[in-house]
Design a protein around this ligand. Structure first.
Ligand code: PMP
Ligand code: GLU
Length: 398
């Protein structure tokens, strides 16, 4: 008999990863699929980072490190937080992991018990719900629609809090909407959180460097709420290092220690070579190494928004960060072409994959199947081709 645990049966496969897999399969069959599904920079990792990693190999930096990452790396992370974000952390409040995804899982597994309520503003990143389901948490979804630029307000948040609420999980800049919370908006949320002594928040700031509206604002900058915040960051997005697997968690020591204990039983530290690469990344000058990638993303965002104007029925906000556009597509619901009948964004995404050979992620993955997510972390040429193919396919629906 083959029997899997209830735990794994209760969660679904990551839909971003599933879409990427489908497009790889089609590509392997020789079909020219343009993948706008997976959110990962197409740039190579900066050479100075690669050199640091090669040196680590040659220096035989090849042994287990401290589970939370070697001390000098955690010191460099503290310096980065101070320099870039005005946050004061000590090395014993930092846990380096195999990616922001693991950092989030560590925090949720350490803070959430069976039956605890976890508030998740929607649209949310695909893995939040599944990770918190693994921990036995009860998701409480807070809808923030396009009319409020996909950002929850302090009043909305306060209304959702009950005596069972333990945690809030959100990202800024947000995946999938690109929305960026301002300092004032974060402060208003912080003022609500601090009123409830058992309430914590995961502030996922992995897209910090891909921000088109000025300096990144960290939630933990407000001293009065700092000890309730778990700040998540990493090198995947800002430094084009998705495959290296380097995540960062910063939190009060008692939470960081629990995460260290959890991680010590699952994976131990991330690769020692990756740690040396992360160390270099923490020291890089933004203008020289990161700004060119950020500027390229901005140019691509503008191109996509311009090309989308040609597509009937897509309603979108102007994303202020990350590298996604998240249009509302319900205009196409009820329309048909051949054997295809579109009833939701999942149908539309499958239609676009088959008919236009463009891979996207349906909004169901992020909490609302009236939307689709595009990642524009690919060349302008690919984007232009993808949007033109989509327009042709969408025009056939009637
Ligand atoms: N948080 C958000 C909002 C993301 O989009 C991603 C995407 N990878 C992650 C966390 C996880 O990143 P990592 O590659 O560091 O695990
Ligand atoms: N975070 C990226 C995304 O949302 C990468 C895929 C993943 O880790 O799920 O597409």
């Amino acid at each position: 008999m083959t029997r899997l645990s209830r735990r794994v049966n209760a969660i679904s496969e990551s839909q971003t990863i599933a879409m990427a897999r489908k497009s790889r399969e089609l590509k392997a069959q020789g079909i020219d699929v343009i993948s706008l599904s997976l959110g990962e920079p197409d740039f190579p990792t900066p050479d100075v980072i690669k050199t640091a990693a090669k040196k680590a190999i040659d220096d035989n930096f090849s042994y287990y490190t401290h589970v939370s990452g070697y001390l000098e790396l955690r010191q460099a992370i503290c310096e980065k937080f101070k320099r870039d974000n005005g946050l004061t952390y000590t090395p014993d409040e930092i846990v380096v992991s195999t990616g922001a995804k693991q950092s989030i899982a560590n925090a949720v597994l350490c803070l959430v018990d069976e039956g605890d309520e976890v508030i998740v503003p929607a649209p949310f990143w695909v893995s939040y719900l599944e990770i918190l389901k693994l921990a036995g948490g009860v998701p409480v979804i807070l809808e923030a629609g396009i009319e409020q630029n996909f950002k929850v307000t302090a009043a909305q948040l306060e209304k959702a809090i009950t005596p069972k609420t333990r945690l809030i999980m959100m990202s800024t800049p947000c995946n999938p909407t690109g929305s960026v919370y301002s300092k004032e908006e974060l402060k208003a949320l912080a003022e609500v959180i601090v009123k409830y002594p058992d309430l914590y928040i995961i502030s996922d700031e992995i897209y910090e460097h891909i921000n088109f509206v000025g300096g990144h604002q960290s939630l933990a900058q407000f001293d009065f709420v700092r000890d309730r915040v778990i700040t998540i960051n990493g090198v995947s997005k800002g430094f084009a290092m998705t495959g290296w697997r380097g995540g960062i968690l910063a939190a009060p020591k008692w939470i960081a220690q629990a995460c260290d204990k959890m991680q010590g039983q699952f994976t131990s530290a991330t690769s020692s070579i990756t740690q040396k690469a992360m160390h270099k990344a923490m020291e890089l000058d933004f203008d020289t190494y990161i700004r060119p990638m950020r500027d390229a993303f901005l140019k691509r965002r503008n191109l996509v928004l311009e090309l989308m104007k040609e597509i009937k029925g897509f309603k979108t906000n102007v994303p202020d960060g990350a590298f996604y556009v998240y249009p509302e597509v319900s205009y196409y619901f009820g329309k048909k072409y051949g054997n295809y009948v579109i009833t939701n964004a999942t149908d539309l995404s499958l239609y676009l994959l088959d008919e236009a050979h463009v891979a996207l992620v349906p909004g169901a993955a992020f909490g609302n199947d009236n939307y689709i997510r595009f990642s524009y972390a690919t060349s302008e040429e690919n984007l232009t081709k993808a949007l033109s193919r989509m327009k042709t396919a969408l025009d056939k629906l009637a």
